[in-house]
Design a protein around this ligand. Structure first.
Ligand code: GLN
Ligand code: ZN
Length: 763
């Protein structure tokens, strides 16, 4: 029989139980013991489930109360003194690192959070400082192994490897880079391996996803020296070196010369892995964990394609030395399609979430061992299922496809150059210097949420709902006039989420009820699924925006979500390219832009909050695989507007340095950036690059309830004016205000306006 493995399993619980338990603990509604015993039950349930399905290599230590990377920091004792000296118990110290800590006397910020490779998961960034002393600080991996063993299940403990840990941590220690931490960290890893060995653990999985990124000579040498040393004292315990999210082209040759027992490679995103095996061979005494079941997307596996890959692997590697594996952790997909009670079976049968992916592994194992698999019922059924979707004309829109095929270069450009347009826009808008505005949403109060909920469960008719939303719009327009903002917004009260709201009004999207995916800590997202070709079925935002504009003489911005963000925060199709989907969405949003313009809206903001999200992990792929079409998709949305219509966009993460030219090339008239948290360092980046587009680097951080003072904002503006052309600067908070409370929002905005007025009067 073919052996089966998964890289890691989701842990938030099929009903998001863990989220609730942890949040209850935060809110002191439950005790530590409750939290731990409930989590223990959840872990047991999941191990038993995987065992029952027939998975041979069941992971342990993939569970986490908050974040696996933070667990690793804790395990290695990478705990800055600011947390240690709080003198909390172990669990609360851990949560203090995750979320910060505040009481009457003390106030410590959380560790920074960063995107986990090219996913929408976020990990906590460990800090290695002068006082860091690497040592074994937790028994979690060993305890979890023992907990599973009590059930009679011998798991494969999973830990983040030393290379990835160091590469993704922040080293603040003086005169140190991550290379200097190798010897110290290795001592702990050796201890971990030794301990597992003593426990007679058979396999350990060491995750090194950093191997799929661009590595220079120094990185490679460092990695190899780490592993030569680590594996030199290896005893009976077998080591699986696991990679995912790409291929390991920079190190493959060296990796196969290491004393590892197994190598895990991703054959879904790892473009070159198969080629590498063909070219350099695969060692006779090593087992290949072949990642052939997609851990990131939710479509049924194509058995035809997968058996094809496996057969070509079998040409170089003995079949019994190939273990069937997921391409990466199943953390990035929801639990089970079974929870989608209201979804039509005709859709459901095309999806495989985590549980269904286990079944796929089992079936693939059987087929790979079946010489006449093509006659196997399971194979035949799968082939016909995949074919059915590919040939289903009901979701193909020939007209849209034709429109995309016919696009010309000129469809991606506005007819006037930036320099020609700005003067005309300024004349029309008549805004003061340093115009003030917000990013779009205003606080989503309990009242607003209740209105939307009542409409959803039909206790409000559309008319009633519409009246209430309009009332809220009128209030927020009045409030913004009172505060004295220059460019107003309608507040986005009708939106639950900036992607789902648009998806619901476009054909081609499917929505789920329970398909939650962990984004960070206790936060989950529920991405829509792109099922078919996309088209706007009716105007989406036009009525509310036009209504808001009718209430004031100041310009109201039309607020839209851009195509790249809608695409990146959905589960994409696999039968057409990302580019094609982005262009389809772009054409739909373009219609919205045209309608807004025709209704007299003078400023239109097209948010691309998630532009950076799917930037490929390797620089050489940035343009050809992504930016070339992503920037074009955005340009396509606004290329048709009149020169006097001002186009804005907004972006969330502050790491833009390396793609700043491409961002300028989006050819918007104004861009607002999230910048407050990064100390406005974006200003220098803009200056260095002679950024052409007008900019609004956020002058205060909206991710905390803290109210910034007038003076603080004034200083931020002075800093900006000192480096950038004053006539190209906008003043705004750094993101939407929907997660904030009303009181702090009003006070913060008043301070912002007062700071600007003072500077206008006394420049
Ligand atoms: N316009 C959106 C808002 O204000 C933008 C949100 C975002 O950048 N994530 O909420
Ligand atoms: Zn934002």
């Amino acid at each position: 029989m073919q052996r089966l493995s998964i890289v890691s399993y989701p842990r938030i619980g099929a009903q998001r139980e863990l989220k609730r338990w942890v949040e209850d603990y935060f809110n002191r509604k439950t005790t530590k013991d409750d939290l731990l015993s409930r989590s223990a039950e959840l872990k047991k349930l999941q191990w038993a489930f995987q065992a029952e399905k027939g998975i041979d290599f069941i992971p342990s230590n993939d569970f986490s109360l908050y974040d696996g990377f933070l667990d690793t920091a804790f395990l290695l004792n990478v705990i800055p003194d600011s947390y240690r000296t709080l003198n909390l118990n172990e669990l609360d110290t851990y949560f203090a690192m995750a979320r910060g800590y505040q009481d009457e006397r003390r106030d410590v910020k959380a560790l920074a959070m960063r995107k986990w490779f090219n996913t929408n998961y976020h990990y906590m960034v460990p800090v290695i400082d002068d006082n860091t002393e690497f040592k074994l600080n937790s028994s979690k991996p060993f305890d979890e192994y023992s907990e599973a063993l009590e059930l009679g299940i011998r798991t494969k403990p999973v830990i983040i490897g030393p290379f990835t840990f160091l590469k993704l941590s922040k080293v603040t220690a003086s005169n140190k880079t991550y290379f200097d931490c190798g010897a110290d960290i290795l001592k702990v890893y050796k201890q971990i391996l030794g301990k597992f060995n003593a426990m007679q653990v058979e396999w350990i999985q060491i995750d090194e996803p950093a191997l799929v990124t661009d590595l220079d000579k120094q990185d490679i040498e460092f990695f190899i020296s780490l592993y030569q040393e680590l594996l030199s004292s290896k005893e009976a315990l077998k080591v699986l070196l696991q990679t995912y999210f790409g291929d390991i082209r920079d190190v493959y040759e060296k990796v196969i010369s290491l004393r590892i027992d197994a190598l895990g490679l991703d054959f879904i995103e790892g473009e070159k892995n198969l080629e590498l095996i063909k070219k350099y061979g695969f060692p006779k005494d090593v087992i290949l964990f072949a990642g052939v079941v997609n851990g990131k997307n939710i479509w049924r596996n194509s058995y035809e394609k997968t058996i094809g890959i496996l057969n070509s692997l079998a040409a170089s590697i003995d079949k019994e030395r190939i273990v069937l594996n997921t391409s990466c952790s199943l953390l990035h997909v929801p639990y089970t399609v079974k929870n989608e009670i209201n979804m039509d079976e005709k859709f459901k049968k095309h999806f495989a979430f985590a549980e269904e992916k286990l079944d796929e592994l089992v079936e693939l194992g059987e087929l790979f061992n079946d010489a006449s698999y093509e006659q196997n019922k399971k194979y035949i059924q799968n082939v016909s299922l995949i074919k059915e979707k590919a040939e289903d004309t009901a979701y193909i829109d020939l007209q849209i496809r034709q429109r995309i095929a016919n696009l010309k270069e000129s469809d991606f450009s506005r007819s006037n150059r930036f320099e020609e347009r700005t003067g005309l826009q300024k004349e029309r808008l008549k805004l003061p210097v340093l115009p003030t505005t917000t990013i779009g949403s205003f606080p989503q109060t309990a009242e607003i949420k209740e209105i939307r909920k009542q409409y959803k469960n039909k206790s409000l008719s559309f008319e009633q709902y519409n009246d209430k939303i309009k009332e809220k719009i009128a209030q927020i327009i009045r409030l913004q006039e009172e505060i004295g903002l220059d460019v107003l917004v309608h507040g986005e009260f009708e939106r639950n989420d900036m992607v789902e709201y648009f998806g619901e009004n476009l054909s081609g999207f499917l929505f789920t009820e329970k398909a939650w995916v962990q984004s960070y800590g206790t936060r989950c997202v529920k991405p829509p699924i792109i099922w078919g070709d996309i088209k706007r079925t009716k105007p989406i935002t036009v009525e509310y925006i036009a209504y808001a504009q009718s209430l004031t003489s100041k310009p109201v911005k039309g607020m839209l979500t851009g195509p790249v963000t809608i695409l990146n925060w959905s589960f994409p199709r696999e039968d057409i390219s990302l580019r094609e989907m982005a262009f389809q969405i772009a054409l739909a949003i373009k219609e919205e832009v045209t309608d807004l313009e025709n209704r007299g809206i003078r400023i239109i903001q097209i948010d691309e909050a998630a532009l950076r999200e799917k930037l490929p992990l390797r620089r050489q792929d940035w343009n050809s695989h992504y930016l070339d079409w992503a920037i074009k998709a955005f340009r396509l949305v606004h290329s048709g507007v009149k020169h006097y219509t001002q186009i804005h966009t907004h972006m969330c993460y502050s790491e833009f340095e390396d793609i700043i030219k491409e961002i300028d090339d989006m050819d918007a008239d104004v861009i607002s950036f999230e910048a407050a948290r990064s100390d406005l360092s974006i200003i220098d980046v803009l200056k260095r690059n002679n950024f052409r587009t007008e900019v609004g680097p956020g002058v205060y951080d909206i991710h905390s309830p803290r109210v910034p003072s007038k003076e603080e904002i004034r200083q931020a503006i002075i800093k900006m004016v000192g480096k950038l052309d004053k006539n190209k600067l906008w003043i705004n908070p750094d993101c939407g205000l929907k997660t904030r409370g009303m009181e702090e929002t009003v006070q913060s905005l008043k301070n912002m306006v007062a700071a600007v007025e003072e500077l206008r009067n006394n420049p």
